[in-house]
Design a protein around this ligand. Structure first.
Ligand code: ADP
Ligand code: MG
Length: 702
């Protein structure tokens, strides 16, 4: 069996030997045959395409062309230096081929007026194209060669290249390895999975990752190997998670009763999107078991998380439990309170709000009602975490915008009870943080990946401060149509005073340009008393003012469908996810919405990328990807989670779809066969145990 053969030290491979073996170990961590098989190319050169000479462009990387040499000459240059120059033509034009070394031998071997396939990098000098040291092959031979059309390029290091281990050499080693092992590798996945997901067998996958026969087979090989990698990680994580879940009991919500059904049948203000239904089902399933739910609900701004939250709380209520919803700011808590009260107005339930500014008298009532169980749903801020707040029986805690609450705070909610409430964390910040979390197994994930119907995509543009007059004119036109406008200023904690000054200066000049009585302006910032803030928000929400000048306090959650223009001042100072969040404040109604990013002329290259990204896409996932590239995964994942996940072939960001499939399959498998002892899981189990020894999940993370 090739299994033990794969454990052979790499220097025993023909053509490697002790010296190269040492290099491979040191530079690439390749110790055994097995490591070499699992050393995958990081890109491929496409040799399926043939270029015509008139299609060549400056900066074309590597291309291949079919044509003939019609002329060869030796050109002298410098002191006693020569180069060989050939004129190569096809029916569309001509290019020069050059050689600086080995003239005689090459000159002798080249044939005139015979079809060749040439391959190499093109450079351009003026109007002529040139290819230095091309790979040459007679067309007749080319057609018969078995070489893969897609040529693998392996990761390398400077030392390796300097010591002669070129890509070609690695390629040769790989060929040798496939010869020695007869390309027989153990199938690691059960047959029914291969069937179900149409995965190609392990042998075929490894063969095609190194020697792809076609683009199609390469894609299949990549898919299979990525799936496998993520699948085994998920098996590890979920196994760990199951252990955790067995320890942490939860309240089983077994009934879906009166309140839920009444709401669903009689008070639903719109039809739920399929994504909302799907997510609700996942939540229901979780809460139906006697293990604690720990779920993350992820959905872009405006995707409709609020109603999902309410319906989950109704399930809790139908099972005789209380719920709470915690928001990071008072404005948001208020907004949730108003929104949920409105949604639930046909139902006979008691919803209240508790924040830092709740009056003592009201507070007392809330405390009482909480303890005697007559208060069903409590919305609030951090105030919910105070010791005095004692629930009669908290069954579900929903946390909005999780990045503002730490894990400790989350657990503070339930340390008060014996059996913890189910936890639902809602966030509009998509991956990568959350993806990493799924890898931690800390939370299960639900995604609302669909916006309610009828939304028009927000149009985003970038304008320099010097164009402000035009922007103001645009705003006036929009206001004349009855729309409302946000103008947001950055607020960065360290320079709060300066930011405050920017905001107030801005407010003054806006007030001058948009004078009363024709226009009225609201302002909201962090230095205001909560009551004043709310009053201003309310005026704007009710349409009494046209413009809302604000700092980022309005960043999350605020919902005013009539506001259709978001102007972000000093947009270069905001991070991508923040810009996206801010933009999400508009585009909530039926009207066309706009986001205008105002900046000075001084822009760093990163700022430019951020602005361009914003103008190009509304997709939060795409934006998160760019963010990941700009900031690096360590930064995004936060300090305690720093360190990149060391994956061999899968990419957590790009392959999130495969990750989800892998996760689902792993869940299904472990549900059916938690200890992986069924006959069809025999090999899987062996591989799993070996892998867990060698690559414990924590190794991926550090
Ligand atoms: P977010 O996910 O950002 O919290 P919200 O829950 O605030 O989104 O919903 C955004 C807006 O979309 C709200 O005005 C809400 O009433 C509306 N909405 C939510 N779901 C639907 C739906 N299925 N059909 C139509 N409108 C919806
Ligand atoms: Mg929301």
């Amino acid at each position: 069996m090739s299994n033990s053969l794969l454990q052979t030290p790499i220097e025993y491979l023909k053509g490697v030997g002790p010296q190269r073996g040492e290099l491979l170990r040191k530079e690439l961590g390749i110790h055994r045959y097995e490591d070499l098989v699992n050393f995958y190319p990081n890109r491929y050169i496409d040799r399926t395409r043939y270029y015509k000479i008139n299609e060549l462009q400056k900066n074309d990387s590597e291309v291949q062309i079919i044509g003939k040499i019609i002329h060869i000459k030796t050109v002298e240059f410098g002191k006693a230096k020569k180069r060989l120059v050939a004129t190569f033509v096809d029916e569309t034009g001509e290019i020069e081929l050059t050689w600086f070394q080995g003239h005689k031998w090459i000159r002798d071997s080249l044939k005139l007026n015979v079809p060749y396939v040439i391959f190499g990098k093109v450079a351009s000098f003026g109007n002529t194209f040139n290819m230095a040291h091309p790979e040459m092959e007679l067309l007749a031979e080319h057609e018969q060669s078995l070489r893969s059309a897609m040529q693998p390029v392996y990761p390398s290091t400077e030392t390796l290249t300097n010591r002669g281990i070129s890509n070609r050499v690695v390629n040769k080693m790989m060929q040798q390895l496939f010869v020695e092992t007869q390309a027989k590798f153990i199938e690691t996945l059960p047959a029914y999975l291969l069937d179900e997901l149409k995965l190609i067998p392990k042998n075929a996958a490894l063969f095609n990752i190194h020697f792809p026969k076609s683009q199609e087979l390469l894609s299949k090989a990549q898919f299979r190997l990525k799936f496998e990698e993520l699948f085994f990680i998920q098996l590890q994580l979920i196994t760990k998670n199951l252990v955790r879940k067995h320890k942490i009991k939860g309240h089983p919500f077994t009934v879906v009763g009166e309140n839920f059904n009444n709401f669903f049948q009689n008070h639903l203000p719109f039809e739920l999107t399929n994504a909302q239904k799907k997510v609700l089902k996942e939540i229901r399933n979780d809460m139906g078991t006697n293990a604690q739910m720990n779920r993350l609900l992820q959905g872009d701004v405006g995707s409709g998380k609020t109603i999902v939250a309410l319906m989950a709380m109704l399930i809790a209520l139908d099972n005789g439990f209380q719920s709470c919803l915690m928001a990071p700011t008072e404005i948001l808590a208020n907004q949730h309170f108003n929104g949920l009260t409105e949604l639930a107005k046909g139902l006979n339930i008691n919803i209240k709000i508790l924040t830092g500014s709740t009056k003592t008298a009201d507070r007392k009532i809330i405390h009482e009602e909480l303890e005697n169980g007559s208060l069903h749903i409590l919305i609030g801020t951090h105030a919910l975490l105070e010791d005095k707040v004692q629930f009669h029986n908290l069954g579900l805690a929903i946390i909005d915008e999780q990045h503002r609450f730490g894990v400790e705070q989350r657990s503070k909610l339930w340390q008060k009870n014996d059996i913890p409430p189910h936890i639902l964390v809602m966030t509009a910040t998509p991956i990568p943080r959350t993806l990493a979390m799924s890898l931690y197994g800390d939370l299960d994930i639900s995604v609302i990946d669909e916006l309610p119907p009828g939304r028009k995509p927000i149009q985003t543009v970038h304008r320099y401060d010097s164009n402000r007059l035009k922007v103001w004119k645009f705003i006036k036109d929009e206001i004349a149509k009855g729309r409302q406008i946000y103008i947001v200023y950055p607020l960065i904690q360290e320079s709060e005073t300066m930011d405050y000054k920017d905001l107030m200066d801005g407010y003054e000049s806006i007030s001058r340009d948009f004078p009363l009585p024709q226009y009225s302006i609201s302002i909201v910032h962090g230095k205001m008393k909560p009551a004043d803030k709310d009053a201003e928000m309310k005026r704007f929400a009710e349409g009494k003012t046209n413009i809302m000048v604000a700092t980022t306090v309005i960043e999350v959650g605020v919902n005013i469908p009539n506001a259709s223009v978001m102007i972000i001042e000093s947009a270069e100072r905001f991070g991508l996810s923040q810009l996206h969040q801010l933009r999400g404040r508009v585009g909530r109604g039926a009207e066309q919405s706009y986001c205008i990013l105002m900046t000075s002329f001084k822009l760093s290259s990163d700022s430019k990328v951020r602005l361009e990204t914003m103008c190009q896409t509304n997709d939060g996932f795409e934006i998160a990807e760019v963010d990941l590239k700009l900031r690096g995964p360590g930064d995004i994942m936060g300090k305690q989670q720093s360190g990149v996940l060391q994956l061999q072939i899968a990419d957590l960001v790009k392959d999130r779809d495969i990750l989800m499939v892998a996760r689902n399959e792993a869940l299904k498998l472990l549900k059916k066969d938690p200890s992986m002892t069924l006959p069809e899981h025999q090999t899987l189990r062996t591989v799993f145990i070996e892998l867990s020894k060698k690559k414990n999940i924590w190794n991926y993370i550090s």
